[in-house]
Structure formats: C-alpha cells, structure tokens
Write a protein that binds this ligand. Structure first.
Ligand code: NCD
Ligand code: ZN
Length: 344
C-alpha cells in the first residue's frame, strides 16, 4: 500500500531568489511546491526602499512560468539611512511583510548592513507599533569572535539588548543553528525562529571531514552535532515558534568551488522530500504540516494556504543534481541519505 501524506500547501519563510537568469532558473524550483516565500533583499544593490521592492516583485512575477502560482512576500534591507515613513507606507499597503537586518559584513552582500543599532531606532519603533516582523541574521561580525560562536554571542550582546530597547518589536531569528538560538527563541512570545532544511541534516563534520565540501558551506555555518540535534528537536516538537525558512541560496558551481567560495546551500528542489524523511526518522510526520505550513502564517499574521500538496512514499526519489542557469550550474543540496517521499 502506498503511504501518502497530505499537507496544507507549504510556504518558505526565508528564500534567496536573486535576479536575472538565476531568478528565472530557481523560481520554478520553489513555486512547484510552495505558495509563498519571504524574499531576501540582499541583491546587488540591495532592496532598500518600497520602490525597490515594487520593482523586484515585478521582476519576480515576470520570471514566473505560465501556469505556476506564487506569491512573493517582500522585505526591505535595513540600512542606517532607511526612512521610517517609507517602511510604514510599504507595510500598511501590504507591499512588505518584514524588514531584514544584516549586521554589516555578516554574509553575502551585507556590506550595506547596520553597524550602529541606534541609527535604526526610529524604524524599529515604527515596526513595533505596526507589528511588522524584523528578520535578523543573528551573527556578530567582530573579527575576534570565533565563527562557530558568532550566533551565541549575537544573542547576548546584540539581540537581547535590542529587544529590551524596543519593547513590542516582533523578531524572527533567521536560520538558527545552535541550541542557544533554540532556547532564546522559546523565551518570549514576540519571538520566532526559522530553521533551514540543511541545518537539520548536516553538522560541521559534513563540511570538513574527508576533504572540504563547499556545497555544505553556508552562513551561519553548521555547528556541532549537539546543536543539530537541538534544531531537530525544536523543528519536530510542534512548538509554533519554529517554522521552515529554507535559506535556499543559489550560487553557481564556479563560485562555490572556488579558493574563496560563496556561502549558501541550494535546497529549493528537494526540501519537501528531505523534510518528510527527517520528520519520519524522528517519528514526527504528524508535525511536518505545522512546521512547513501553519506556524509561519500564524507568526506573520497571514491566512494559511487554501490548497494542499500530497506526498507519497515509495522507491528512492531521483531529482536533478544540478540546475542549469544558462551561464553555469547550481548544485542541489545532497542530504547524504536516500529520499523516499515525493510531492505528487
Ligand atoms: C546567503 C546568500 O547567499 O545570500 N548565504 C547563506 O549562506 N545563507 C546569505 C545569508 O542568508 O546569510
Ligand atoms: Zn539567507
């Protein structure tokens, strides 16, 4: 007998779509299974103003193949010059669903990010008033802090003081990678956290043992096994504070397999198959729908999707190992174990 699993159609609460040929190649990989996604604004140049977000949303919709449905949930890239009135108008019109905080220098295309939190106080106050979530890349960039400690140090030295200084600010801790992140996300009602597909699967050994594996390198970098297990427990717990944000972040193979390789894992293609396998391994298939389809809309105060997807279990699933983007290829994340669930 075939085993089947029907879920409300999922959403991706953290996604990089890029622009141009890359956008056209990767967008169908997400739109095939997901109804909506929170679109990261770290383009070159970044999506900073409401006008930038309108133009980017139009480019995304123009890249969507005929017959596919998808709703991009736009975000603005917070800078020290962001105008609180522009954020207010963009939120009130429904154009944007969040603002993204990148500490300057934390990750891909983040040099225009924030250095001095006092300079964004006015924007944060408007956001708290509107209930507009701030999505935070939670890593300090201080050179003295070890890269494996950057998330934990950020929570203590930046995130907690920031939240105390702006009561009512609703925060999504993006792509948490540590037990410290899990614990902090559980500590208040105006907090939530996204967890990626790949951080449920890999620890730092996957990147470094037996030769360097650039396709497992992303930021925040995968941590020790005990942290991966804490993330698994949080994701499969049914706790509504945790939901899927794949952080699917395409870079061409030429830029990944490089002396100074780019950070990012591309998981859009096989995320649902991997998550079904992971939740089944942890005897939590009944909690997958919450993680992929219910907890995110609840935090973002949006309705859940009206339709469903059905996964079936059978012989190991095959999917392309690379996506052709015309001017190169993007390698699809390899979980390292067979996948048996496929979206019908
Ligand atoms: C992201 C990217 O490539 O834009 N990379 C990554 O490793 N996740 C940026 C980010 O989310 O940090
Ligand atoms: Zn990201």
């Amino acid at each position: 007998m075939t085993q089947t699993l029907t879920l409300r159609r999922p959403d991706d609460w953290h996604l990089h779509l890029r622009d141009g040929a890359m956008l056209r190649a990767v967008l169908p990989e997400t739109a095939r299974h997901f109804a909506r996604a929170i679109i990261m604004p770290n383009l070159v140049p970044p999506v900073v103003t409401a006008a930038d977000a309108v133009a980017y949303r139009d480019r995304i919709m123009a890249a969507l193949p005929d017959g596919m449905a998808f709703e991009p949930l736009m975000t603005l890239y917070l800078t020290e010059h962001t105008d609180p009135a522009d954020v207010r108008a963009a939120a009130e019109s429904g154009l944007i669903r969040a603002v993204k905080l990148y500490p300057a220098g934390a990750t891909t295309n983040s040099h225009g990010g924030v250095r001095d939190m006092d300079k964004v106080r006015g924007v944060l106050e408007v956001m708290a008033e509107l209930g507009l979530p701030l999505c935070i890349h939670g890593e300090v960039t201080t050179p003295e802090v070890d890269i494996f400690d950057r998330e934990a140090v950020f929570i203590d030295t930046v995130l907690d003081p920031l939240r105390r200084a702006t009561p009512g600010l609703r925060v999504v801790m993006e792509h948490i990678t540590t037990a410290d992140g899990v614990a902090y996300a559980r500590s208040a009602d105006d907090l939530a956290a996204t967890i990626t597909t790949h951080h449920l699967v890999i620890n730092r050994n996957h990147i470094l043992v037996g030769g360097i594996k650039p396709h497992y390198y992303c930021l925040p970098v995968a941590k020790r096994e005990e942290h991966r297990l804490a993330l698994r427990k949080a994701a499969t717990s049914g706790d509504t504070r945790f939901f899927l944000g794949t952080d699917s972040a395409p870079h061409t193979d030429a830029l990944k397999e490089h002396a100074c390789g780019c950070a990012g894992c591309f998981t859009a293609t096989n995320t649902m198959s991997i998550l079904a396998e992971v939740f089944e391994q942890d005897n939590a298939l009944d909690r997958l729908e919450g993680f992929t389809s219910l907890h995110g809309p609840a935090f973002y105060r949006l309705p859940v999707n009206g339709d469903t997807i059905t996964l079936t279990k059978g012989a190991p699933v095959t999917y392309p190992s690379k996506i052709d983007i015309g001017e190169g290829h993007v390698t699809v994340f390899d979980p390292g174990f067979p996948l048996h669930w496929t979206v019908k």
